[in-house]
Design a protein around this ligand. Structure first.
Ligand code: F6R
Length: 606
């Protein structure tokens, strides 16, 4: 939540900052602001709303500094107002700061600072005044001294008007990446704004403070000790972070799925041996045999992917598996021992609750593996191994392709564990062959986008919806319902269809549509009976059915056909029509598809 960016070099900072903010807008879009130093003076422009609004305000404001910082905000402390927008300033506007994170002891610090006039209601503003109180010519030292008094999390960038050749950055609990150009440096909350300029980056670790000048980066910790940093290379391309002709990132990311699915599985299985090999697991066959429980920790969409993992681990490897929503995990007494394998699943790798759960699981002695998309993210760094999901940059707030790749990686793990413990070579080979056919089958579904749009037109005016599935398709309907509510704002629920008789049947009525998954698997007949019951109660029905299932048409006119596949792989296909269904309804209702209200992509606060 909140995105920060900074630049120092020979180019005009403003266009770089604004372009960067656009790439970071998924992290928050309540307000935005920039501060640029020109001729020993900081000019700050802030505005409530999107980056476009800020850009308009800057049209008549010629700023030509070569160093600057900028911020896009997702409000936590303090309302959505111009005063609360970053950058915050002190020392008569000579010191400017942008901050991502939460300062927990801001009230205490405010009292300690005494008679200072605060301009905003944010927790962040305390930082700039605290730094000012320590400033006596050495900005980095002032930042270090200030941060020693701070409790909370921060990714921050600070500039001082009299020194156009110095940008100070620091991190604790909120990500910060430094991009290395030729005689120029970029700083950002993630790598996407840096991609157009350089692939060489340095990830700051918690408790590190960097002084960036045109000549280099000097990093120290809170004890003033020098820290040596490694330069890493980002694999993502700049094009991947663009819409590439699609109307929205979400649509592009839905259509990316056949390709990124291949990226997720490539080189990670061996057909002859009928098994998968995920290098980052770092476990011997004996260790895999000794596992007696798997715990999957995740939030939101990632937790629905985890539920599919549960089915796969239990079925293929006979390992009892639990899914824990990360925000609950550490407030229980999770039973973890040396025979428990924990996976933390996260697209961003920065979700605060998932990260806290990782730390709790490690504290209890578990080995924790990550399944993460963003390379170098905190969860990727703090886990004891794991696998990148290779979905490429996912910039729409609603997760689509990362979800599919989470499922792909979990299935590969289940096949690997299954082959080590239970399933035959033939079963392993059958699963892998079916996995290899998935991209082609995804394409067949994507070709039906126009048909799904026509169905969406029929369902767009309903105020509620009920998603029904059974077995492996229950997590799929949870995810379908999640997509509908988050991007269309239509209330929806998801139920295991067999549960309907125990309460939810009371909802069924002509104004309460049901979206059901009735693909050909072991629960087909049972699901069909459930849908018959829905039909008898006159709820409108949209169904996903397996290609060739003519009987589905007897239940409703609104059938979307999906290709046949092995039951465990069905979620990889069945999720896609539901993504498109929600997407088209959101577009038809005029919603801000990529940036739904009240949400941000990377939830770095608890
Ligand atoms: C929904 C969505 C969220 C995320 C959740 C976890 O479309 O995107 O529910 O899945 O916030 O985020 P990550 O995977 O980054 O940990």
């Amino acid at each position: 939540m909140c995105g920060i960016i900074g630049y120092i070099g020979d180019k005009d900072a403003l266009p770089i900052l604004l372009k960067g903010l656009r790439r970071l807008e998924y992290r928050g879009y309540d307000s935005a602001g920039v501060a640029v130093i020109e001729s020993g003076k900081i000019t700050r422009v802030r505005s409530v709303g999107r980056i476009d609004k800020l850009t308009k305000e800057l049209k008549n404001n010629e700023l030509h500094g070569h160093i600057g910082i900028a911020h896009t905000r997702w409000a936590t402390h303090g309302g959505v107002t111009q005063e609360n927008a970053h950058p915050h300033v002190a020392l008569d506007g000579k010191l400017a700061l942008v901050h991502n994170g939460i300062i927990e002891n801001y009230r205490e610090l405010k009292n300690q600072l005494g008679d200072i006039k605060f301009e905003s209601q944010t927790d962040s503003e305390i930082l700039v005044h605290l730094i000012a109180s320590f400033y006596n010519g050495d900005l980095k030292q002032a930042v270090t001294n200030a941060l020693r008094h701070v409790r909370g999390t921060y990714g921050l960038a600070v500039v001082y008007a009299d020194n156009q050749d110095e940008l100070i950055v620091a991190r604790l609990g909120s990500p910060l990446v430094v991009g290395l150009g030729e005689g120029e440096y970029y700083v950002a909350s993630d790598a996407t704004p840096i991609l157009p300029y350089t692939k060489k980056v340095i990830f700051l670790e918690d408790g590190e403070i960097g002084r960036i000048t045109k000549d280099g980066l000097e990093t120290t910790n809170l004890s003033d000790e020098l820290v040596t940093k490694c330069v890493e290379e980002i694999e993502w391309t700049d094009e991947e972070a663009e819409k590439q002709g699609f109307d929205h990132f979400m649509l592009k990311e839905i259509f990316d799925q056949p390709q990124v699915f291949q990226d997720a599985i490539r080189g990670r299985y061996n057909l002859t041996e009928g098994t998968a090999y995920l290098g980052g697991l770092n476990m011997t066959d004996e260790e895999i045999h000794s596992i007696d429980r798997i715990v999957l920790i995740a939030c939101g969409t990632a937790s629905y992917a985890a539920m599919i993992g549960k089915y796969a681990f239990e079925r293929l490897a006979n390992i009892s598996t639990e899914v824990d929503v990360a925000s609950e995990f550490r407030y229980r007494n999770p039973i973890i021992n040396e025979k428990t394998l924990v996976f933390a699943i996260s697209q961003s790798g920065e979700t605060a609750d998932t990260l806290a759960a990782v730390r709790e699981a490690k504290r209890r002695g578990a080995f924790v593996r990550g399944i993460v998309n963003v390379v170098g993210s905190t969860i990727a760094r703090e886990t004891d191994g794991g696998t990148y999901m290779h979905a490429g940059p996912e910039l729409s707030v609603a997760s689509t392709k990362a979800y599919t790749n989470m499922v792909a990686i979990l299935l590969l793990y289940a096949i690997e564990f299954g082959r080590t413990r239970l399933i035959t070579l033939a079963t392993g080979q059958r699963l892998l062959n079916s996995l290899r056919e998935i991209p082609k089958k995804m394409e067949i579904i994507l070709q039906q986008a126009d048909k799904i749009k026509v169905i969406a037109e029929k369902y767009m005016y309903f105020k509620n919806a009920l998603f029904l599935g059974r077995g492996i398709n229950f997590p799929v309907v949870l995810e379908g319902s999640q997509k509908l509510k988050e991007i269309t704002y239509i209330h929806s629920e998801a139920y295991p269809a067999g549960e309907m008789k125990h309460g939810a049947n009371a909802l069924l009525a002509p104004d309460f549509p049901v979206i059901g998954i009735m693909t050909k698997d072991q629960l087909y007949d049972k699901m069909r009976s459930n849908i018959e019951e829905v039909k008898a109660r006159k709820s409108p029905i949209m169904l996903l059915a397996t290609q060739g299932d003519e009987q589905a048409k007897e239940l409703t006119d609104d059938v979307i056909y999906v290709p046949d596949t092995m039951e465990l792989l069905e979620p990889l296909l069945n999720t896609i029509p539901l993504q498109l269904f929600s997407y088209y309804i959101a577009v038809l209702l005029g919603r801000d598809v990529d940036r739904p209200r009240n949400l941000a992509k990377s939830v770095t606060v608890e």
